[in-house]
Design a protein around this ligand. Structure first.
Ligand SMILES: C[C@@]1(CC(=O)O)c2cc3[nH]c(cc4nc(cc5[nH]c(cc(n2)[C@H]1CCC(=O)O)[C@@](C)(CC(=O)O)[C@@H]5CCC(=O)O)C(CC(=O)O)=C4CCC(=O)O)c(CCC(=O)O)c3CC(=O)O
Ligand SMILES: NC(=O)C1=CN([C@@H]2O[C@H](COP(=O)(O)OP(=O)(O)OC[C@H]3O[C@@H](n4cnc5c(N)ncnc54)[C@H](O)[C@@H]3O)[C@@H](O)[C@H]2O)C=CC1
Length: 218
């Protein structure tokens, strides 16, 4: 399997099963997609604003749900293996992406896995273990949350710095050197993590250090 980032904004995602796994997947996807959860009962936890529809489809009724909802991705998270098998068959027949929450290991074309994810927007890191040990993915996710603190701010700062350097016609080679140098300065990370600096000021400082002539002229 190859990790890719897939944009699901304005797409529909259909989750079968409203237990704690269905709820977790619904919360995850509802941050950008229009999520519908179908289940005879729902766990007492957040579904992230997903629409909940009461129903316990039989295997032969799954295709009607796909027809009606027209999802880009289906999550099979019921406790009934026969239903999950039927969901797999029906999604494959329609070439719809499928996440089976009750399976790991060998998969068919069109299968997707939901990795553990750390977000420090716009930075995103995903972790998977080939289905061997999701608990390890969860553990590493918690550890990486600390490591990645400030990474979003750093990415934004470097994005602005790159734009600024481009607007000053600094050569691509020199831009790369300057940006790489900023990323590797422990002091900038510490400052970003303590929330002290304002991005504009850091950029001003870097520019006047690295490009004194241009800095003096502006
Ligand atoms: C293949 C995969 C398919 C998929 O769901 O996409 C899958 C499958 C299965 N998970 C099972 C069990 C558990 N899963 C978790 C947790 C998470 N599981 C997630 C992903 C994945 N799980 C995909 C592979 C990812 C990878 O490669 O690592 C995470 C990362 C993402 C998410 O789901 O949001 C999320 C952590 C999110 C976070 O906190 O960051 C916990 C821990 C807990 O619940 O506290 C347990 C119990 C402990 C344990 O067993 O390890 C079982 C056995 C069920 C049974 O025995 O009945 C199966 C089925 C099987 O293995 O056959
Ligand atoms: N991927 C993951 O992270 C994990 C996956 N699992 C697997 O995911 C499955 C679900 O786990 P939980 O949410 O803990 O189970 P659960 O038993 O709490 O929830 C299952 C839900 O499916 C619903 N359901 C039953 N028949 C249905 C039908 N015909 N149509 C729609 N919904 C139906 C039930 O009413 C229930 O709400 C389990 O089979 C388990 O093997 C379990 C733990 C973690």
């Amino acid at each position: 399997m190859i990790p890719l980032l897939h944009d699901f904004s304005s797409a529909r995602i259909l989750v079968f099963g409203g237990g704690s796994v269905g709820a977790r997947k619904a919360r995850r996807f509802a941050r950008e997609a229009d999520v519908v959860v179908v289940s005879p009962e729902f766990a007492d936890e957040s579904f992230g604003g997903a629409s909940r529809i009461r129903g316990a489809p039989e295997p032969e009724e799954i295709d009607d749900w796909l027809e009606r909802v027209d999802p880009a991705l289906v999550v099979a998270a019921t406790s009934d293996e026969a239903i999950n098998d039927a969901i797999e068959r029906a999604t494959r027949a329609r070439s719809i992406l499928l996440n089976r929450a009750d399976r790991s290991g060998e998969r068919d074309a069109g299968s997707v896995v939901v990795p553990a994810t750390v977000r420090e927007d716009p930075v995103v890191v995903s972790i998977a273990t080939g289905g061997t040990a999701p608990a390890v993915s969860k553990h590493l996710r918690r550890e990486l949350e600390e490591t990645l603190e400030g990474a979003g701010e750093m990415a934004r700062l470097c994005g602005e710095l790159r734009e600024e350097l481009k607007s000053r016609d600094v050569s691509p080679e020199r831009r790369r050197e300057i940006v790489t140098d900023v990323v590797e300065r422990p002091g900038v990370w510490t400052a970003l993590r303590t929330g002290a600096p304002n991005c504009g000021q850091v950029i001003e400082d870097v520019l006047s250090e690295e490009l004194p002539t241009e800095g003096d002229r502006s």
